[in-house]
Design a protein around this ligand. Sequence first.
Ligand code: TYD
Length: 134
Amino acid sequence: MNTIENVKIIEIPKVHDERGILAVIEKETIPFDIKRVYYLYDVPSDSFRGGHAHKEQQSIIIALSGSFEVIVDDGKTKKRIMLNKPNQGLYIPTHIWREIDNFSSGSVCLVLASTEYSEDEYIRDYEEFSLSVR
Ligand code: TYD
């Protein structure tokens, strides 16, 4: 089973010149094939998102704009990670509970996912999650 030791910041390679920064996500940059991309925007600052784990989906979360905090939890240990750099992705493997809060105004949260959307592979009940990782 995964632990929060398997949660990692991935540096996204960038090309920086006087015109600005271009960040590139290629196959080699991330540990899975992307099946889906979704993003959160217009998120009220007091909003809580996430509150689930995945049986199959691996994710990479990127603060494309602004900042927010991700709490990752493997059932034993919790860690709070601030994301505020568009060239950093937070890799979250399967069976890690995640919550997202403290959204700054105008923030955009991009998620790269390894699976298509399927409600069946979500664990949305913390008790169920906690039992599943024992
Ligand atoms: P939810 O999982 O609660 O979002 P978050 O984890 O960011 O808080 O999803 C919100 C709603 O959107 C829920 O009804 C499921 C739906 N949804 C899709 O239809 N497709 C998707 O790819 C995702 C991620 C969510």
